[in-house]
Design a protein. Structure first.
Lengths: 66, 300
């Protein structure tokens, strides 16, 4: 399945096996879940959230500002 | 995962609190926490005018939103340090929220106050942008709050900022700095000093992001190009690693510091370090003859 991912630093489409979770996606992106607040289709979700084809993920960095 | 309070789908898992929250119960939890911090530290009264330091980032805008929601008399103060490609991106968020909340906004700049932008300072002193910015910004915020006749100045320091500050000062043996910090900053009272209060100091930066998103508060995600202070980054990484392995470390450090603070303040209030004088150059407060801002500008 294909998942659209957007963050402050990038925008890309990631291929993942069926039944993958947000945690699997973050591992594939080599990012720590602790460093982000994650939304799926504009709703905040936890890392155990299951994904399906076409889902839109947005990553909000916890660290920002000065 | 389900909300610990209502069984609905959880969107937040706060391991240090041992609780999971749905959207509604997280908002309740967060707002209750900020109210409790304000109350237990006697931060503000309804009669006071509060200057709110705003940058356009998540912390300061959440703080402005909440203080306004709690019906305090607030006025926003923004400092334009003159960082091209950064501050010009964050200030529109400040202006937008102030307009939405009907809060007056007062803009001050390094260029106007010190005759130089931070970019210009950086071009002269390559490695010291953060040191200069911290001192000049703090001094200008105090001056602005005083000019605007504010009784208190609210700043958006979160739990992560506070814990990093505590550890950095401990490792550098900067005990006087620690004594001056705390929920309401200031060791002694002085007519020229506007006490700085930190209503978000028990909220982690992640909680601030979640609250902003749930409340639809738009903020800038931009990161300051100079914000790469090596020691702070090391401290942040170390504390985050400890928190990940042992949830509760951050709030534990803060609580321990709060219990030590009265002893530190009592100790330093008996020393000459607590004396405040007016700077011979600009009239702002200093423990010596020349304030830190004037000293730094002279060194350029």
């Amino acid at each position: 399945m294909k998942i659209k991912v957007e963050s402050r630093d990038f925008k890309k489409t990631i291929k993942l096996p069926e039944k993958s979770t947000v945690k699997d996606l973050m591992q594939k992106l080599k990012l720590r879940t602790e460093d982000y607040v994650i939304s799926k289709n504009k709703k905040i979700v936890l890392p155990d959230e299951k994904l399906k084809d076409g889902d839109e993920i947005k990553l909000y960095s916890v660290i920002s500002g000065g | 995962m389900k909300c610990s309070y209502c069984g609905k789908k959880a969107v937040v898992n706060l391991r240090y609190a041992g609780k999971k929250f749905c959207e509604k119960h997280f908002i309740d939890f967060y707002e209750r926490k900020v109210r409790r911090v304000i109350k237990k530290n006697n931060m503000f009264s309804r009669k006071e005018k509060i200057g709110v330091g705003v940058s356009g980032g998540k912390d300061s805008l959440v703080m402005l939103y909440l203080l306004k929601k709690m019906h305090y008399d607030v006025t926003a103060i923004a400092i334009d340090e003159g960082i091209k490609g950064y501050r010009d991106k964050t200030l529109p968020y400040v202006k937008k929220l102030c307009a939405e909340l009907d809060v007056p906004l007062h803009l001050y700049s390094f260029k106007q106050e010190y005759g130089m932008t931070l970019d210009q300072i950086h071009s002269k002193k390559k490695t010291l942008a953060c040191s200069y910015c911290g001192v000049l910004r703090r001094s200008l915020l105090n001056k602005a709050a005083r000019e605007l006749r504010c009784d208190k100045l609210a700043i958006g320091h979160n739990l992560d900022d506070e814990v990093q500050m505590i550890i950095m000062n401990l490792t550098r043996s900067e005990l006087l700095r620690l004594a001056r910090s705390g929920p309401v900053v200031g060791l002694v009272k002085h007519g020229k000093f506007v006490p700085r209060a930190k209503p978000l100091r028990e909220c982690s930066e992640k909680e601030d992001v979640i609250y902003a998103l749930l409340k639809g508060i738009e903020y800038s995600e931009a990161e300051c190009p100079y914000a790469h202070e090596a020691f702070r980054s090391t401290v942040r990484e170390a504390i985050n690693l400890m928190e990940e392995k042992h949830p509760g470390v951050k709030i534990g450090i803060l609580r321990s510091f709060d219990r030590m603070l009265p002893f530190l303040r009592k100790y330093f209030s008996k020393t000459s370090a607590s004396e405040l004088n007016e700077c011979v150059e600009c009239g702002e407060l200093t423990s010596g003859k020349l304030c830190k801002a004037c000293e730094l500008m002279k060194n350029l």
